[in-house]
Design a protein around this ligand. Sequence first.
Ligand code: ADP
Ligand code: MG
Length: 339
Amino acid sequence: MYLYQIRDVDHFYGDKQVLSIEDLAIPSASITGLIGPNGSGKSTLLKLLGFLEEPTYGSILFQGRKAAPFSKVVRSRVTLLIQEPYLMRRSVFDNVAYGLKIRGDNREIRSRVSKVLEQVGLEPENFARRKWTALSGGEAQRVALAARLILKPNVLLLDEPTASVDAHSARLIRKASLKAREEWGTTLVVATHDWQWLYETCDSILHLLQGRLFKRGLGCAVYGPWRIGQNGLLQKELEDGQVLIAPKPEEGKLMAVLDPSRVDITLPGMGLQQGNCKTLNGFVTRLFLERNSATVQTAIKVAELVITIRMARNKVEALRLCPGKEVSVSYDPQEMEWF
Ligand code: ADP
Ligand code: MG
């Protein structure tokens, strides 16, 4: 069952088109990650999913029905947390309880506030009476999250929730959001550049560029500039001087993506150069055993690129991969895709 179905949405600010999404369905209780450069439309998409704005054209169905912005059905179920949230000039308690109070839901308000404060790692005895001014950025963000979690939302939309907070707060924000999904089946959509969100928690990753969804999954986007090299192929010089090769794009295509399922990992010196394949040197930065425990997400840093690959666990073990280990990444330039 899909919670959201987006069809032929085109969104404009004035005469500038900022979003164009033909078809996107988001299942209930899933975690979707949005990634893309600044201005690619992530926040706009979240605002539309939060029914804070209506798309200029097209429709967004929520639980199979069209929902009007700010309508009652979505107001109590869909909630958005932004990067720098606004707290009311009141105590932490009042901020967290506010949503319940305006709904006239005053049952056991104290214990409910205490419970969500604990969920976000703020001891109630220590924080409930604090003023909004006596909080660090990370604590304020966690108060804002608690104010949303107390509503047990069906949907929690997170717009770069951990971009401007300390690592400890970031971890607690992630944990509390995941718990909402576990406990209440809350659907999460998160715009982030944080790999721990994207690769360890998301069920699906959507790449946005200039308002378009151009790729789903673990693809590694490569930004220009490119120069023309041999045989009419394009070359991108990476920060460490290594060169990545791609075919020439069709007109209007902007970004090349290396599909991690098409690359092969070997140890340096061990790789047999096959056909037209090229190799790049990198090192393992992170290994993450997936829930099925047969595959390992292996992140490999090649200069400024991070290539995240799903590898069979036995292959990871055979190559004795561990963080810091040097590896060769071989890829076929003809398989680089342009978007
Ligand atoms: P992202 O969150 O990926 O950085 P945004 O969704 O914030 O991207 O912005 C997408 C585009 O829409 C940008 O070009 C931005 O300047 C423009 N934009 C966003 N909000 C508004 C607005 N309220 N009025 C006019 N233009 C806007
Ligand atoms: Mg944004």
